[in-house]
Design a protein around this ligand. Structure first.
Ligand SMILES: Nc1ncnc2c1ncn2[C@@H]1O[C@H](COP(=O)(O)OP(=O)(O)OP(=O)(O)O)[C@@H](O)[C@H]1O
Length: 267
């Protein structure tokens, strides 16, 4: 029995241009997310980190075309699932936190209502019970006065608070087994970034979540993740334990990434 919750095998594809030609961007991407472990996916902008993560949820851009590969979630290929089955996986099994939480929240509904709606969709039950869950989840991610905040709209939340609300939605409301976070702290103040990372680590541990953190920030990776996947130009160039990657990076690109991040003494 594999110790991986998700195994990405040889995933390739590209974007179809106006002339109908395929421009390849992912070249045989393979990595595994071990059950209960926090794995970082790092690499420069444009290396394909987000595209692979979006593909796990089946929400890659429409112009993207897969040319090969499998994504085994609990041993079942996600590419073999129809849209109905995929909808059951999304949220309930795999959920995602995006970089810009305020853009991900719907501006016309209160934050509490959005969390409550997702709770009802995932777990059923009545509206009042769902709203209680929403308020409890907001409190759990340290949003002060959660009852009052639940009645507010996303534009009334600060960036950090909106990110907390999204983390509450993705982890506590959806209750997935795999949580993917795509640059969850980019654009936030440094002190808020570290509070949010602490929250993510705490939730991952207490809920036994398998977590995939997509980030540019190798400092955060060193502090929080046990496993690391390094991507460059649509390829995985190196995978291994965080300890091994930070102390004995084998690949030249990883070495450069570490030097550039000024984690040189670790490299
Ligand atoms: N809708 C699209 N149409 C065409 N090309 C795209 C589209 N979305 C992404 N790409 C290209 O696919 C490649 C991978 O992009 P992706 O967003 O996965 O990179 P990334 O590593 O997540 O970068 P970042 O850290 O900036 O988010 C890039 O070369 C990008 O330009």
């Amino acid at each position: 029995m594999s110790d991986a919750l998700l195994e990405i095998e040889d995933y390739s594809g590209g974007f179809v241009g106006e002339t109908g030609e395929l421009a390849p961007v992912l070249h045989g991407v393979s990595y595994r997310l071990k059950t209960g472990v926090m794995t970082a996916v790092v690499g420069e902008s444009g290396s394909g980190k987000s595209l692979v993560a979006l593909s796990v949820l089946g929400i890659q851009p429409p112009a993207f075309e897969r040319t090969g590969g499998r994504m085994l979630f609990r041993g079942v290929d996600l590419f073999g699932l129809d849209e109905r089955a995929m909808r059951r996986v999304r949220g309930a099994e795999i959920s995602m936190v995006f970089q810009d939480a305020r853009a991900a929240l719907n501006p016309v509904f209160t934050v509490g209502r959005q969390l409550a709606d997702v709770w009802q969709l995932q777990h059923g039950g009545g509206r009042r019970a769902a709203m209680r869950q929403a308020i409890e989840a907001l409190g759990r991610v340290s949003i002060p006065e959660p009852e009052r905040r639940a009645r507010q709209y996303p534009h009334e939340f600060s960036g950090g608070m909106a990110q907390r609300a999204m983390i509450a939605m993705a982890s506590l409301i959806c209750r997935p087994s795999l949580l993917i976070l795509d640059e969850p702290t980019t654009g936030l103040d440094v002190t808020i970034q570290s509070d949010i990372m602490e929250l993510i680590v705490e939730l991952s541990h207490t809920r036994g979540l398998t977590t995939c953190l997509i980030t540019h920030d190798l400092g955060v990776v060193a502090e929080t993740c046990q496993e690391v996947v390094v991507m460059n130009a649509g390829r995985v160039v190196e995978t291994g334990s965080a300890e091994a990657i930070f102390t004995r990076p084998a690949d030249g690109y990883t070495q450069r990434l570490l030097s550039a991040s000024q984690l040189v003494e670790a490299a």
